[in-house]
Design a protein around this ligand. Structure first.
Ligand SMILES: [Ca+2]
Length: 457
């Protein structure tokens, strides 16, 4: 642990006490809003003097300072670093006219209240305000100001203003000037590097830039988060700043952290590489790979996840997926039982028609109707006996008379005329073997119980 702390302290010292950063403003293009042009040699007041590397003569005639025009409410000067670079700090050498600095030096009043920006454009308001002086007085402002500003940018903009209607401190000059003799911008000459000697590469997942001291990324490439952009997006998010939401990947797993594609396909109801597209009509399940049943009430309309048919099934089909035909039933939702089909056949699942006609006692296409009164049997073509006790009423299947037969008739269907003879007829060889009360007639032995002799034997 102590070693780690020591390492951190050492690192801190390297970072914050190093002067290894390069002056990346030196001899770069520069500009000022209104140059002082009263000298014949305009180069003596040119904007480029602010980055010419010279600061030995800080007077107006030395040709090493920027001198702006008088009587201006605002004054702007900038240097163009020519690309967006990583800045550590900025040092400003102000005009002293080579005389003693302090309240008696008139240029302290002009320096007060300055602004320093780093911007990616020539507009200061697009950039980052490194410093706006509101604290210094003519007594306290130094002629050389060091400003820490660890940001990235292409333009370093020095600005001051003395606007009408604004009440400034008494120390302030009445007009605005940009009389900088040298502006040194210390940073790394190549983007994508950091560290005291700009030798360390920003993490590969940084979006180009990182903090010049710490290497902390200023932004991450899509798919990564964390100070050093070394963590992949999680929590079913992806993309720039992990702000995008994954679609419905299979098992709701994490999509690809950069582009959001689902690695193993989609959950039920979705399709597409990111599984964000709902199934088209007629399809359902994972990746929309299954078709809705054609037996859905509304053809091919089903729940995109479960496949459950919307509105139920077409006649003749049942089940949530409408994939089962009606078993011994028919009609919408199979809610009609088959009639009494001949031979126990299964009726048509849609219209209930029995394929081979009806079983005895039933009629109609679906064989659901019993024979009409007084009829029975196959195809209801047999008439009930007229000798049923309830005339003409018999069982529609068997023809048996309910309530028995009328007098003189017998049998379950009451078709047999009743006799008073009961007995048996037995074939014998001779009359001698025929025991009483039997009588021998021809070769038959007939037992007679009643008085009526059965004829025709
Ligand atoms: Ca200079």
């Amino acid at each position: 642990m102590l070693q780690i702390i020591a390492l951190i302290v050492t690192f801190h010292q390297i970072i914050f006490h190093s002067n290894a950063y390069e002056n990346i403003a030196l001899n770069k293009p520069s500009w000022q809003s209104k140059q002082y042009l009263r000298y014949r040699d305009h180069s003596k007041t040119d904007a480029s003097n602010g980055v010419d590397g010279l600061k030995t003569d800080l007077s107006h005639h030395g040709g090493q300072c920027v001198i702006s025009a008088e009587n201006r409410p605002t004054a702007t000067w900038w240097v163009n670093l020519t690309s967006i670079l990583s800045i550590h700090h900025i040092t400003i050498y102000y005009r002293t006219d080579n005389i003693k600095w302090g309240p008696i030096n008139g240029y302290t009043a002009r320096f007060l209240g300055f602004y320093l920006y780093v911007s990616n454009t020539t507009y200061r308001n697009d950039g980052y305000l490194c410093l706006h002086d509101t604290n210094y007085t003519r007594s306290t402002i130094p002629p050389v100001v060091n400003i820490s500003c660890p940001v990235h940018g292409q333009y370093v903009i020095y600005y001051n203003e003395r606007l009408q209607g604004v009440k400034y401190p008494a120390d302030y000059s009445s007009d605005a000037y940009t009389e900088v003799c040298e502006v040194e911008v210390y940073g790394c000459p190549t983007s994508g590097y950091f560290g005291p000697d700009c030798s360390l590469r920003c993490h590969t997942n940084c979006q180009e830039y990182c903090n010049i001291e710490t290497g902390v990324c200023l932004g991450c490439k899509p798919g990564y988060v964390g100070q050093y952009c070394d963590k992949e997006c999680s929590g079913r998010r992806y993309g720039q700043n992990c702000e995008e939401f994954c679609g419905d990947c299979l098992n709701f797993e994490q999509c690809h952290h950069v582009h959001g594609k689902c690695q193993n396909g989609c959950e039920r109801g979705y399709q597409g590489t990111r599984c964000t597209e709902m199934c088209p009509i007629g399809f359902y399940d994972k990746n929309c790979e299954r078709k809705c049943s054609p037996n859905c009430l509304y053809s091919n309309r089903c729940d995109s996840k479960s496949g459950v048919c919307q509105g139920g099934c077409k006649t003749g089909w049942e089940g949530v997926l409408c994939d089962k035909d009606c078993n011994e039933k028919n009609g919408t939702n199979c809610n009609i039982r088959c009639g009494h089909c001949r031979g126990g056949a299964v009726c048509n699942q849609i219209n209930g028609v029995c394929p081979n006609g009806c079983a005895a006692g039933y009629m109609g296409e679906s064989c659901t109707r019993e024979c009409a009164s007084a009829w029975y049997g196959l195809n209801c073509k047999q008439k009930c006996s007229a000798y049923c006790n309830n005339t003409g009423v018999c069982d529609h299947v068997t023809g048996s008379c309910k309530g028995g037969c009328k007098s003189g008739w017998q049998g379950v269907n009451c078709f047999e005329e009743e006799t008073n003879i009961t007995g048996k007829i037995e074939y014998v060889n001779s009359a001698s073997t025929c025991d009483s009360p039997h009588v021998f007639i021809s070769l038959f032995c007939i037992s007679i119980v009643g008085s009526f002799l059965l004829a025709g034997i």
